[in-house]
Ligand binder design. Structure first.
Ligand SMILES: [Zn+2]
Length: 149
């Protein structure tokens, strides 16, 4: 059986919760996903790309919709070289400024310095009210990312 990680990453890629907010979010997530194997808030050393794992498919330009997956690989390599200090990029197709965090990932993915991670949540979908409950506990808007390994 493959592992599923459901991650909640703050919209603001540099934001992270203080101790009480992290604890509150963990408590709420445990209640929402009683079957989950593990629930934790992971704080990373620097900006980290939380991707969809085996789900990662195509990546599109947020402006014109072009498939920019090939270009994206190089852009990620360059970003990684600077440890993602600067996420700003110019789209190769229509030459517009944006950020690596704002591209259209067909399966959601996000940059962040922390994530609330639910290991094997025991569900395959997330209701918007569940997301809202966790956002309230964490006190930040969150992106939900499903990662299958
Ligand atoms: Zn474009």
């Amino acid at each position: 059986m493959s592992d599923t990680y459901l991650r909640f990453v703050p919209y603001d890629s540099h934001w992270y919760p203080d101790e009480p907010a992290a604890a509150a979010a963990i408590k709420v997530a445990r209640e929402l996903f009683p079957l989950a194997e593990h629930v934790a808030v992971e704080l990373e050393e620097g900006l980290t790309f939380f991707d969809a794992g085996a789900n990662t498919e195509s990546i599109h330009c947020p402006f014109c919709g072009s498939d920019i997956e090939e270009w994206w690989g190089d852009a990620m390599d360059q970003g990684a070289a600077s440890r993602f200090e600067d996420l700003s990029v110019t789209t190769p197709c229509c030459q517009k400024p944006t950020s690596l965090n704002d591209l259209r990932y067909i399966w959601p993915a996000a940059f962040g310095v922390c994530a609330l991670t639910v290991v094997d949540p025991g569900v395959t979908s997330l209701a918007s009210e569940q997301l809202r409950t966790i956002e309230q506990a964490m006190d930040s808007p969150l992106k939900a990312i499903w990662q299958h390994l």
